[in-house]
Design a binder for this molecule. Structure first.
Ligand code: SAM
Length: 336
C-alpha cells in the first residue's frame, strides 16, 4: 500500500498533472495523432511547439496512458487519449480547456481566503460574479458555454423523458445558457413553445442551436438578466443547474420572480446529502463556494427555499446519479 506521505505528496502536486492535460488539449495533440503514428519532429511542427519541451510532455502523457511510444520518439493515440479530441462522444476536451483558464487558477489559489472570509474568491478578485465576468469577457464565456452545453443536452433529454408536458403551452428556461436544454425539450415535445432567457454572452450561439434542432419557429431568445423582471407568457418556468450557484436569499428572490409569472416552476439540480456526498460532489461544492457563493443542497434545504419563496415541493424525480427534477407549485395555486 502507498505510504501516507506519498499519497499526500501526490495529492498536493496534482496541479502538475492538470497542466499537462491542459497543454495536451490546448495544442490539440490528440487531433494530430488521430489514427496515425507521428514522430516528435512532425508533431511539434504541426502543433506549433518547441520539440524538446513537447517531447517531455509526451513522455508524461505516455505515463498517463494518453499515448503509446510505438518507436523511439514516435507517438500514437490510445483510447483514453481519444477523449481529448473535441468532437468525439464522451469528450473531456471542453472540461480540460476550461480547467486551463487563468481565472480558474487565480480563484482556486485563493481558496484559503474564501474559507477564512466566507466570500467567494472570484467575486473578491473581480468585484463581480463569474457569470457577469463571462458577459464582459466573451472568450471566457464561450469556453464555459462549450463546457456546459454537452451536459445541458443530456439534462434536456432527461427532462423531456420524465416530465409530462401535455398541459404546458410555453416553457420559459430561466438561465438556460445557449439553449441546449430547451432545444432538446422542444424537439421531443411536439407543439410546445419555449422562451430562453440568459445573459447576452450565453445566448450568443442560441439562434444557430435552435435552427439545428429544427425548433427555431417555436422558440424565442431573450438576452437579459434574471435579477430583473422575467419574460411573461410562460405557463411553466424552468431553473436547470441555476440555483446551486446562488445564495439562499438570491435563490428565494429568483423563485419569487418565477411565481410572479406563473404557478409552476421545475428545478433541476444536484440534490445531495452534504454530510455524506462522494468526493467529486464535495469538490464541485467547493467550486461553487470559490466562484459564486452557491452550494450543493439536500432535499430539506430545497424544501425550505421553496417554502420561503411561497411554494411547495409537490414531487421530485431522480435524474442520473445526483440530480433531481423538483416540481414546485405556488401556494394556493390551482394545480393538483
Ligand atoms: C450552470 S449554467 C446552466 C445552464 C443551463 N440551464 C443548463 O442546465 O445547462 C448557469 C446559467 O445561469 C446563467 N445566469 C447566471 N446569472 C444570470 C443572470 N443574472 N441572468 C440570466 N442568466 C444568468 C448563466 O449565464 C448560465 O448560463
Amino acid at each position: 500500500m502507498q505510504p501516507d506521505s506519498d499519497y499526500l505528496r501526490s495529492v498536493a502536486l496534482g496541479f502538475r498533472l492538470s497542466q499537462v492535460l491542459v497543454v495536451f488539449a490546448e495544442l490539440k495533440v490528440a487531433d494530430v495523432l488521430d489514427g496515425r503514428q507521428v514522430p516528435i519532429g512532425e508533431l511539434s511542427e504541426k502543433v506549433g511547439a518547441d520539440r524538446l519541451s513537447l517531447l517531455r510532455i509526451m513522455r508524461v502523457a505516455r505515463s498517463l496512458g494518453l499515448v503509446e511510444e510505438v518507436a523511439d520518439e514516435v507517438f500514437a493515440l490510445t483510447a483514453r487519449g481519444q477523449l481529448l479530441r473535441p468532437d468525439v462522444d464522451g469528450t473531456v476536451y471542453p472540461r480540460v480547456r476550461s480547467v486551463g483558464e487563468s481565472w480558474q487558477w487565480s480563484s482556486w489559489g485563493r481558496l484559503l481566503q474564501t474559507v477564512v472570509t466566507g466570500r467567494s474568491a472570484f467575486e473578491t478578485e473581480h468585484g463581480m460574479n463569474s457569470f457577469d465576468y463571462f458577459d464582459r469577457a466573451p472568450e471566457a464565456g464561450e469556453t464555459m458555454m462549450n463546457r456546459v452545453t454537452d451536459e445541458a443536452r443530456q439534462r434536456g433529454a432527461a427532462i423531456a423523458q420524465i416530465y409530462d408536458f401535455t398541459p404546458v403551452r410555453c416553457l420559459v428556461d430561466v438561465g438556460g445558457g445557449r439553449g441546449a436544454v430547451l432545444a432538446e425539450v422542444l424537439s421531443r415535445v411536439a407543439g410546445l413553445r419555449g422562451i430562453l432567457l440568459d445573459l447576452p454572452y450565453a445566448v450568443a450561439g442560441a439562434e444557430d442551436l435552435m435552427v439545428r434542432h429544427g425548433v427555431a419557429d417555436r422558440s424565442e431568445i431573450v438576452a437579459g438578466d434574471f435579477r430583473g423582471e422575467l419574460p411573461a407568457g410562460g405557463d411553466l418556468y424552468l431553473l436547470s443547474a441555476v440555483l446551486h450557484s446562488w445564495t439562499d436569499d438570491d435563490s428565494v428572490e429568483l423563485l419569487r420572480r418565477c411565481f410572479t409569472r406563473c404557478d409552476r416552476v421545475i428545478v433541476l439540480d444536484e440534490v445531495i446529502d452534504p454530510a455524506d456526498a462522494p468526493l467529486t460532489a464535495q469538490l464541485k461544492d467547493l467550486q461553487l463556494m470559490v466562484f459564486s457563493g452557491g452550494r450543493h443542497r439536500g432535499l430539506p434545504e430545497y424544501r425550505q427555499l421553496f417554502e420561503r419563496a411561497g411554494g411547495t415541493l409537490v414531487r421530485h424525480t431522480p435524474v442520473g446519479k445526483q440530480e433531481q427534477l423538483m416540481e414546485v407549485h405556488r401556494e394556493g395555486s390551482r394545480w393538483p
